[in-house]
Unconditional design. Sequence first.
Length: 143
Amino acid sequence: MKKNLLRIIAAIITIIFSILTTVEGSKVLLGVSVQDYTVFTPLLIYNVIIGIVGLFVGAAIWVNHKKVIASIKIVLIMHSAVFVIVIALYFLSNEVAMHSVQAMTVRVLVWLVIFILVWKSNKSEIHNKNNVEQISKGYSDEK
């Protein structure tokens, strides 16, 4: 039960966070929302695309797809790489606002939490599976 709860929490966090990222980024890209800070368009496009990818990852977490942990790692690594680039651009130029640095910090931390939740969910699933196999092996040895 605990493993399912962790997985469901991770899926809900992923889907909600991805929807928010996609909607907010799209509003800025389409000019519906105007920001009072410098908007770095390549970062904005990246965020909208990765927000859409996040929806698929959230769905994969929900159905407990066996390769979902690899997808989460890829998104986390991509966010971490972009985070480093954003920090460099912030300190080396005026192209990136502090808001972008803060937003990427949040993204990296949220995806790290998602990774930990799914990893713990999978870890407990493997532990439970091994226990069942050991019990059934012991039972078959007694016959």
